[in-house]
Design a protein around this ligand. Structure first.
Ligand code: SF4
Length: 169
């Protein structure tokens, strides 16, 4: 399946716990002030890639701990990302995603067309919420501003409300 990418990082240690393969999608409408990656906003920017090619690359690296879906806004392309997340899980990898939406917004806005629930169902961790410049801190683990949360997604889906992961600090 086609996916629009900003880029890939095949051995990242800054996009979540352990050694990770990071997929940066192209396109974002959140317009957070101070965004770390403004070149990822234009939905017509970046380049096309096939999810099979990305899955091959993930499977080729036996040292990975997990896969991170970042952007841009990953939930604009939830369907191809669900394929990648599914293959990662099959390979025993954990899957983490970043989003400018809150968990509550994703649950409320989920529908058949956007595939948000299906992608959430494949995630272990979700860093949610827009980047807020006034709440920025460099002391935070894997998140840019204090309003963002690192959520335990299986637990959050189970109880129907956002549950913080133990790595949220
Ligand atoms: S959600 Fe992320 S990529 Fe989008 S504007 Fe905010 S910080 Fe930038």
């Amino acid at each position: 399946m086609n996916i629009r990418l900003f880029g890939l990082a095949d051995d990242s240690i800054v996009d979540g716990p352990g050694l990770r393969f990071a997929v940066f999608t192209q396109g974002c409408y959140h317009n957070c002030e101070g965004c770390h990656n403004p070149n990822s906003h234009d939905v017509n920017g970046g380049y096309d890639e096939d999810t099979d090619v990305i899955i091959e690359k993930i499977k080729a690296n036996p040292l990975l701990d997990g896969v991170t879906l970042s952007g841009g806004e990953p939930f604009l392309q939830a369907k191809p990302l669900t394929l990648i997340a599914d293959a990662a899980k099959e390979s025993g990898l954990n899957v983490m995603a970043y989003t400018g939406y809150t968990f509550e917004e994703l649950i409320k806005g989920a529908n058949e067309d956007n595939g948000w629930l299906e992608l959430l169902g494949k995630l272990d961790l979700l860093v949610d919420g827009k980047f807020v410049l006034a709440e920025r801190s460099i002391e935070l683990n894997f998140k840019g501003s204090r309003n963002q949360r690192i959520l335990n997604v299986p637990e959050s889906l189970k109880v129907g409300k956002a549950v913080l992961s133990e790595i949220d600090k």
